[in-house]
Design a protein. Structure first.
Length: 301
């Protein structure tokens, strides 16, 4: 079996066994196909062999080559994770004896803190869309919902009408790995969603049918890339110093909740994190923000 077919079989196994999201499966495929090319192709292959023939030394050299070629430690770490999972699967399937990736060293990763966004900056962004137009009303409802819930952008654009209950003020969200959670929407976002659904969504669809909450003039759900573009457009209109991404608003949601006394375990459930350690990074952001406020306003700061 050639490397491409082998990788396809592995990615299908991720979907069948773990219901891994499409974006995650695509990332595994890209990293493994690049690893396969580096092992056997190009002008300077690591080894003239296939994935199943590679040993631990070849895989270690492969990751080292990625670093010397200028890849970030985070990218190399992601490839290492894909390689380790692939060979663990290949070993379980009896395709290889042993696991050559079991002892691959991890690249040293800098601790990345989310970009901070003040409450005033969020407010300016939320006020930027022209709510006198159907698309502006849609954008305002999306921004309010994103900041009120902390959803991932894929979760936000994937919301359907059956997954939101405005009367109860909650959304049923299917997150990573197919894990479902109920997320409170909040009164302000509920008001904007109600107005958008009553006044703008039908105009945008123009008699087309769609189950998506947030739609385009073509009658299709708004894409992640299109929403990112809309955020940048409104950020420029608001005069923000940095152009935020949808993920920046998710960070702002988490940080501002912590700054106002939210419990870390509750925040973990709201964000849909499987591991509390993933949520704990926001405590560093909140602490940094509080230190900055202390230094600015305390007489002995």
């Amino acid at each position: 079996m050639d490397d491409h077919s082998l990788i396809t079989r592995f990615v299908e196994a991720l979907w069948l066994e773990e219901n891994l999201a499409e974006n995650s499966r695509a990332a595994y495929r890209r990293d493994l196909e690049q690893a396969a090319r580096m092992l056997s192709g190009g002008s300077e292959p690591i080894e003239s062999r296939s994935l199943l023939d590679a040993d631990g030394d070849a895989l270690n050299r492969l990751l080292g080559r990625r670093l010397t070629d200028g890849a970030s430690p985070r990218s190399v770490g992601r490839m290492r994770s894909a390689i380790r999972r692939f060979y663990a699967w290949a070993s379980r399937e009896g395709l290889i004896d042993g696991n050559p990736a079991a002892d691959l060293p991890a690249p040293r990763l800098p601790r990345a803190l989310p970009n901070d966004m003040s409450e005033a900056e969020v407010e300016a962004l939320l006020l930027a869309p022209d709510t006198g137009t159907p698309l502006g009303l849609r954008d305002r409802a999306m921004l309010e919902t994103l900041y009120a819930t902390g959803l991932r952008v894929s979760e936000l654009v994937g919301l359907t009408l059956s997954e939101i209950s405005l009367s109860h003020g909650v959304a049923r969200v299917s997150g990573k790995g197919g894990r479902e959670r109920l997320v409170p929407i909040g009164d302000e976002a509920v008001d904007w969603l109600t107005t958008y659904l009553a006044q703008a969504r039908g105009q945008i669809l123009d008699r087309r049918q769609s189950h998506a909450v947030f739609v385009t003039e073509r009658g299709t759900p708004l894409t992640r890339q299109a929403f990112w573009y809309r955020i940048k457009h409104h950020a420029r209109a608001a005069g923000l110093r940095q152009l935020p991404s949808p993920h920046t608003l998710r960070h702002a949601f988490a940080t501002h909740l912590l700054n106002h006394g939210a419990d870390l375990r509750a925040l973990q459930m709201l964000l849909g994190h499987a591991d509390l350690s993933t949520t704990q990074i926001y405590t560093h952001v909140a602490t940094a923000r509080l230190k900055s406020l202390h230094a600015e306003h305390h007489p002995r700061g």
